[in-house]
Write a protein that binds this ligand. Sequence first.
Ligand SMILES: Nc1ncnc2c1ncn2[C@@H]1O[C@H](COP(=O)(O)OP(=O)(O)O)[C@@H](O)[C@H]1O
Ligand SMILES: [Mg+2]
Length: 262
Amino acid sequence: MGKIIAVHSYKGGTGKTLMSINLATAFVTRGKKVCLLDLDFRAPSLYAALKADGSEYWLNDYLNGVCEIKRVLIDSTEKSGLNGGRLLLGLANPNTEAIRDMTAKDRKWEMRALGRLLALKNSLLNDMELDYIIFDTSPGLQYSSINAIVSADIVLVVTTQDTSDILGTRRMIQELYDLFDKKAALLLNKTLLSTTSFEKEIKEIAIRYEKTYNLPVLQVIPCFCDVLKAGGTFIFAKEKPDHPFTKILEEITTKIEKMEKC
Ligand SMILES: Nc1ncnc2c1ncn2[C@@H]1O[C@H](COP(=O)(O)OP(=O)(O)O)[C@@H](O)[C@H]1O
Ligand SMILES: [Mg+2]
């Protein structure tokens, strides 16, 4: 049975969307069948980042109980130009009214939405035999983020060296992941390396942050100018297969496969 991976963070701008897209596409190049879902209803991003075509229904409609998940999904395998597996997209509605509507939901609605997220295991992982569902989540501790974490098998926490991010992330891990007893690991993103002996420095940083968060560091990811310049639109697996960022993503997919077996 496939797995749900939630890509989460305490603050916005840590790199969740970039990591979600490039993780999904790294899995596709490995022959996996992947569904990438934009659960950041406050700041929908996949629509623009992937220049997606849009669909008759949005993920908002699925969570509102208006349609089945299959009506939302867009098969982007051909458009992405990736060989190997399959890439399905589920988009959050980027229109202002839809964003306001999603931010005004009450707890009762959120409970029903949790049921619908959990039902994806059956409809997508079981029936459609997908290998992975990747949630690009909303940052922080609001109910919609908690729903995504509760329904996931693995949580990847994207964090940076920003002090306010560190303190918030630490509290979030203690209060949320420990509470739900989730398989979780850190992606320490946009890391600034100050020496030329990268490998040694990366190891030291990983040890330091594992102590800070009491969570394994899956990967230390440097801040790349090329990634910044791409403005979040590159599918690195396709456009820059030899870039160090692509290699890092490949390493992360291997580590996730190991995590699944633990
Ligand atoms: N490792 C990195 N190196 C350089 N820029 C990065 C890196 N990771 C993310 N970024 C950039 O940071 C910005 C925010 O990333 P994004 O994925 O939109 O964050 P989030 O989804 O968490 O709000 C984007 O411009 C993205 O390209
Ligand atoms: Mg985002």
